[in-house]
Design a protein around this ligand. Sequence first.
Ligand code: FAD
Ligand code: NAG
Ligand code: NAG
Ligand code: NAG
Ligand code: NAG
Ligand code: NAG
Ligand code: NAG
Ligand code: NAG
Ligand code: NAG
Length: 387
Amino acid sequence: MASFNLLSLLLLSIISLAIAAPVVSTDYDVIVIGGGPAGLSATSGLSRVKRKTLMLDSGVYRNDPTRHMHDVIGNDGTVPSVFRELAREQISRYNETTTMKNATVTSVFSVNNGSYYRAIVSDGEEYTARRIVLGTGMKDILPITPGVAEGWGKGIYWCPWCDGYEHRGQSFGILGSLSDVMGSVIEVWTLNQDIVAFVNGTNTPEQQGALAAKYPHWEAQLKAYNVTLNNETILSIDRLQDGSTNNDTAQDLEFDLFRVNLADGSVIERGAFITNFPDDQYSTLPRALNLTMDGTKIKVGTNMKTSDNGIYAIGDANSDGATNVPHAMFSGKRAAVYIHVELSRLESLSAVGKRGLSKKGLEEEANELIGDHLEAMLKRAQELSTT
Ligand SMILES: Cc1cc2nc3c(=O)[nH]c(=O)nc-3n(C[C@H](O)[C@H](O)[C@H](O)COP(=O)(O)OP(=O)(O)OC[C@H]3O[C@@H](n4cnc5c(N)ncnc54)[C@H](O)[C@@H]3O)c2cc1C
Ligand SMILES: *[C@@H]1O[C@H](CO)[C@@H](O)[C@H](O)[C@H]1NC(C)=O
Ligand SMILES: *[C@@H]1O[C@H](CO)[C@@H](O)[C@H](O)[C@H]1NC(C)=O
Ligand SMILES: *[C@@H]1O[C@H](CO)[C@@H](O)[C@H](O)[C@H]1NC(C)=O
Ligand SMILES: *[C@@H]1O[C@H](CO)[C@@H](O)[C@H](O)[C@H]1NC(C)=O
Ligand SMILES: *[C@@H]1O[C@H](CO)[C@@H](O)[C@H](O)[C@H]1NC(C)=O
Ligand SMILES: *[C@@H]1O[C@H](CO)[C@@H](O)[C@H](O)[C@H]1NC(C)=O
Ligand SMILES: *[C@@H]1O[C@H](CO)[C@@H](O)[C@H](O)[C@H]1NC(C)=O
Ligand SMILES: *[C@@H]1O[C@H](CO)[C@@H](O)[C@H](O)[C@H]1NC(C)=O
């Protein structure tokens, strides 16, 4: 009996392979979840080839706390909300096929093993699409130490490209575990030379071992870079001056000033800090969908495809190693091109009554459109930095 069932299943699948695969009818071709630079870029790319696209955005952006966005060519120093607003305004030209909604997606279901997907939003509305793009971002897990969250993006930052230049030459602090100190020093030494690493009680044999594994000569290197290690517990960080208003715009300098209050009663003033705090997926969707993860990131291949054939992950949330606005835009664009080519191939095959789609052929087609040399460049860039 069991073998008969297996046989009929096999026959059925052979028959279904031979007949034309109908193109599933859904509300949209693609639902893009997230309206940060990654989601906006994917939405733009899909819109310009008239793919029916729905972008759903809950509006909690990772770089919202920052004063200005940097190192995004043509928009160096733009306020992030202004940047996103302009993108939305430009994308709204494509309103014939593209819709943007402010809503939180609470769940996504794969129907019939990915023939299509169902997204449910918090107001109960449901939308279907053939492909899902997750541009849902990451969240920073900040320590509860008073002053850290308050200063986040405003003198306390995580990336030298973000706010480092505006604080160049100023007295500087590193926050986070000892094992991450050398990585930060190497990133900032061209900008700041008077550095105190506030390791907050993590100068332990385990952390020293972890640091030595990466930098065998770390102690000598810290000395050479004039880095002071401070192991006291940080009680709080007070802001003494706000660089939002104390600035020199001609010189691109922001004069923040902070006082670090330590458990032994000592205080140390610093102009700015770089941090090494953990982060995680902002959204619960990737894990709810059982997507394969790479640490805290959603594992993707070169075309931003996840372990689920119809789901793509772009921007900070994906595993390709970079977390910045240019990368978010690149990965959104890449997913848009690939999805369009993939859906078009399926449609063209369906039109002539054929099924079958070689993954290799598809990738070659997408690479021709976007250029596969970008991958090699991205890899090299990742080797140099993980910011
Ligand atoms: C303080 C700070 C300063 C930074 N400064 C810079 C800088 O100067 N230059 C630079 O290049 N990079 C900077 N970055 C990095 C930059 O913020 C990120 O690389 C970028 O935001 C990634 O874009 P994204 O679209 O992947 O994610 P995000 O911008 O975080 O957008 C994710 C979007 O998804 C939405 N979302 C999540 N879940 C759901 C859901 N279930 N339903 C609907 N919507 C959902 C969120 O609401 C959000 O709108 C900075 C980061 C921080 C923390
Ligand atoms: C949707 O969100 C964007 C950006 O967060 C905002 O500018 C816009 O006004 C919102 N639209 C509506 C209809 O609330
Ligand atoms: C779509 O965009 C056009 C051009 O910008 C505008 O005139 C029209 O009102 C928009 N339609 C909708 C439904 O928003
Ligand atoms: C589901 O789809 C994937 C990818 O298209 C395929 O590899 C897998 O065999 C399918 N599983 C079933 C049970 O049909
Ligand atoms: C410092 O360490 C304490 C105790 O482990 C912890 O609660 C706090 O979050 C840490 N603060 C910072 C800024 O690392
Ligand atoms: C080295 O660090 C100390 C202590 O933070 C600081 O006082 C001094 O100015 C620094 N030296 C240089 C050359 O930056
Ligand atoms: C750093 O502080 C921690 C926690 O108080 C302590 O266990 C450790 O011994 C200290 N390290 C050094 C080198 O003093
Ligand atoms: C500099 O400070 C002024 C107020 O003193 C403020 O209006 C301006 O936005 C600030 N510029 C920058 C680039 O931060
Ligand atoms: C994910 O896996 C869990 C546990 O194996 C299962 O209960 C759940 O249905 C799966 N979800 C999806 C969307 O496949």
